[in-house]
Write a protein that binds this ligand. Structure first.
Ligand SMILES: [Zn+2]
Length: 537
């Protein structure tokens, strides 16, 4: 039985730029419990008040599966466990398990602790014995174990045995610097397992705590399991200091789907993808679409032939069934895509496309034509849906533009301002609106909203969440073509639209109109209101 140990709330939040509140941590603990991890390392109570508060609140959570773990360090050199402040905080913490970190590398003992190898063994042993007397379960984190094993294998193993004899139920081999390679992890883990057996301590578990500095965090964890480790530690999406920790989600999927271990069961495996999104959102990090298993692009297919084959048979071009981890196959419509991909995409939009024939070919030609001009529908599904609807005679129109004008001003004192005036027709009437903004596109967006909000009040909930401009490469002799991508959110979902023109304002306007039109379409709005002031609910 392989145990899963999540350290997103301690090691994961070491990632640069991340700061979690107590509420964030409590929320994530509930998500991790629902996912079915065995242990949740909640923080370091001796190091900060916030982590102490977390444990106070978390122990009243009704966790169904997971057990909370508090992280802490061994007592100080030449100190006595009964008078060690940090050990006292650990015993006071309501978490039933302590992950106690201690040195396993002679270099660290000499240079960081500035003590002897014998004193380090005493520190490990008496800290664990003290915590056991206080009724705690203890996992011992052997810091820098693999570096220590490389330098002085006998001492690194002796530290493990001393910890086990003092009462640690799990010995966690930590690749603290993250630089190990899989074969080294395999060899050292094998030695640790053998040393426990020889000492008649084989009931003590070996765990693996890997970082990803050599790009091998997950691979190292798998090798440790192959060598006999039965607890895998990691963080959701591999978040952590430097390049991060072993990604626990990838470890779980690999172990369960590829190596045949049952970690969280097939049903909860489907929570991998939603859990990854929830953690990214709470960490306030843009979700990495290219993460293994859970990334939005993890099962996306671009080539025409390839996409049609993937649709027919998952196994042909997908290493696993994406539904097993809660993800989906995703057909990317691109200039390479064939009819099958386009039909699949239309299926996503619930638009029935003809099976074959002239109409389907015409639609494909239109998409290809636009892509030749610089549109890239693979990143702008909402614009693609509007284009397909338009081509199939299902077009929706909410307003008609008469004209717009944008003024950008920069004064000698450096102050910049932009103003847009827009003239359009809604419900058979002409409307003029003017608005200012911190740039021309912002002003244009504000003026458009100003003109139509009273007809379509839901526009107020649409927020432009991302705006990207890219100059496309052009062969010499022609003007550069500008592509703009806009992401809009209504707080529940988001959609992406695209515009292409030689003029950045024009390209932005295209993307903006698609953004508003798509949002109104999805909110169930039928089209232009017939009468002025008819509000579309
Ligand atoms: Zn770590």
């Amino acid at each position: 039985m392989i145990q899963t140990y999540d350290t997103t709330l301690r090691d994961g939040q070491q990632r640069e730029g991340v700061s979690l509140t107590v509420e964030d941590k409590v929320y994530l603990a509930t998500r991790l419990d629902v996912l079915g991890v065995d242990f949740i390392e909640g923080g370091y109570p001796a190091s900060n008040h916030r982590d102490r508060l977390f444990f106070e609140q978390a122990c009243s959570l009704d966790l169904r599966h997971a057990t909370l773990v508090a992280f802490g360090t061994t007592l100080h050199k030449n100190a006595d466990a009964e008078h060690d402040e940090s050990l006292a905080l650990l015993t006071a913490c309501p978490a039933p398990i302590v992950a106690l970190v201690g040195k396993a590398w002679t270099l660290q003992v000499a240079q960081v602790l500035e003590t002897t190898c014998a004193e380090n063994l005493r520190m490990v042993s008496s800290s664990i014995a003290f915590l056991k007397r206080a009724g705690k379960r203890v996992f011992f984190d052997a810091e820098h174990f693999f570096d220590g094993y490389r330098e002085d294998a006998a001492y690194a193993l002796e530290v493990l045995l001393v910890a086990a004899q003092a009462g640690a139920e799990t010995l966690v081999l930590c690749d603290t610097n993250g630089g190990m390679l899989p074969h080294e992890v395999y060899a050292a883990t094998t030695a640790a397992v053998a040393a426990l057996e020889q000492a008649k301590l084989s009931q003590v578990r070996i765990g693996i705590h890997a970082h990803n500095d050599s790009g091998c965090g997950v691979a190292n964890s798998l090798e440790a399991v192959r060598a006999g480790a039965t607890q895998v530690q990691g963080t959701i999406c591999g978040y952590g200091e430097r390049v991060g920790n072993a990604d626990l989600l990838t470890c779980i999927a690999d172990l369960q789907l590829k190596l045949g271990y049952d970690l969280i069961g097939p049903e909860r495996l489907k929570l991998l993808t939603p859990t990854a999104h929830a953690v990214a959102e709470t960490f306030n990090i843009a979700f990495d679409a290219h993460l293994p298993y859970v990334g939005t692009s993890a099962f996306s297919h671009k080539g025409g032939l390839h996409a049609s084959a993937a649709l027919r048979e998952h196994g042909a071009y997908e290493h696993i069934d994406p539904h097993s981890v809660g993800n989906f196959s995703h057909i990317v419509v691109s200039e390479l895509a064939g009819k099958a991909a386009l039909r699949a995409k239309a299926g996503d939009f619930e638009l029935p496309l003809p099976e074959e024939g002239a109409t389907l070919q015409a639609l494909l030609d239109t998409v290809k034509n636009k892509e030749d001009k610089g549109y890239s529908y693979e990143v702008a599904d909402a614009s693609l849906e509007l284009l397909l609807r338009d081509q199939m005679g299902e077009q929706v129109s909410y307003f008609g533009l008469e004209s717009f004008r944008v003024i950008a001003e920069r004064r000698a004192d450096g102050i910049q301002s932009s103003e847009a005036t827009i003239k359009l027709r809604v419900g058979g009437e002409r409307h003029i609106a003017t608005a200012e903004g911190n740039g021309p596109v912002n002003a244009l967006d504000a003026a458009l909203r100003e003109a139509i909000t009273r007809f379509y009040p839901q526009v107020k909930s649409f927020e432009l969440s991302d705006y990207k401009v890219r100059v496309l490469d052009e062969s010499s002799g022609t003007d550069a073509v500008i592509r703009t991508l806009i992401e809009t959110s209504d707080g529940k979902t988001s959609w992406k639209t695209i515009g292409v023109s030689e003029n950045v304002i024009e390209a932005s306007w295209d993307a903006l109109v698609d953004a508003i039109t798509y949002g109104l379409l999805k909110s169930g709005c039928d089209g232009e209101p017939r009468e002025r002031r008819t509000e579309c609910a």
